[in-house]
Design a protein around this ligand. Structure first.
Ligand SMILES: Cc1cc2nc3c(=O)[nH]c(=O)nc-3n(C[C@H](O)[C@H](O)[C@H](O)COP(=O)(O)OP(=O)(O)OC[C@H]3O[C@@H](n4cnc5c(N)ncnc54)[C@H](O)[C@@H]3O)c2cc1C
Length: 195
């Protein structure tokens, strides 16, 4: 496909995109809403530089690799999505937690859980998690202990929601350490014994 044809296609797509956005905003926009085509387009096309310009040479024309079509979701986050994202964060933290944590690291994870039970942005979930923590105080003496404790409390939440219980012996297979070059993401623990 020639570059000129590609540029033509790109410009046509931009026009269609503009029309669809205009029609969509007419359908859904309320007077107090921002126009989706302004700062937050429903979808947008961008190039790595401003190469779509009639005065540019052939060599400057937009290359296929430069075209990036972004589809943005403007829907609010659901309780389920928030939950999945938070569990991903927590289980990844547990997988990265050092086998021999420092006193500070143990204190930090306990505080993090306490803060989550107060500030988690779903009040009924936070209130429920407060009860779960009261009945299951944080165990974070080692990586194994913390990841097993987290698996257990996640299962307490699962049970209360009528979900299946996860087999905690498989937690390391489900939530491995982060892929990170030369283990640069690992949290460093201590070689010295701490209480
Ligand atoms: C602290 C906290 C409290 C919450 N409280 C509530 C609440 O009170 N009410 C409510 O409606 N929602 C609550 N949620 C959200 C709820 O737990 C789920 O995240 C949500 O319902 C989506 O569930 P899901 O089935 O997609 O999987 P999730 O439970 O989000 O789990 C994500 C993935 O983790 C894996 N997994 C599942 N169980 C375990 C486990 N025990 N150990 C390790 N990995 C596991 C599975 O692969 C699963 O796909 C809470 C979330 C959090 C983080």
């Amino acid at each position: 496909m020639s570059d000129n044809l590609l540029q033509h296609l790109f410009q046509t797509f931009q026009k269609i995109s503009g029309c669809v956005q205009a029609h969509f905003s007419n359908l859904v926009a309320q007077p107090h809403h921002r126009s989706p085509s302004a700062k937050n387009p429903l979808f947008s096309i961008s190039a790595s530089s401003s190469k779509v310009n009639p005065s540019t040479t052939d060599a400057d024309l937009l290359q296929p690799k430069d075209i990036l079509i972004k589809i943005k979701s403007t829907a609010p986050v659901t309780k389920e999505e928030l939950g999945r994202a938070t569990w991903t964060f927590l289980h990844t933290l547990a997988a990265q937690y050092p086998e021999k944590p420092t006193r500070q690291q143990k204190k930090d994870v306990k505080e993090l859980m306490a803060i989550l039970s107060r500030m988690y942005p779903c009040k009924e979930c936070a209130d429920h998690f407060k009860e779960v923590l009261r009945a299951n105080p944080v165990l974070a003496g080692s990586q194994t202990e913390f990841s097993q404790w987290l698996c257990h409390v996640h299962n307490v939440v699962n049970r209360s929601l009528g979900k299946l219980v996860f087999p905690c012996e498989r937690v390391d297979a489900r939530w491995g350490k982060l892929e990170c070059e030369q283990r640069a993401c690992d949290l460093q623990g201590t070689d010295f014994p701490v209480d």
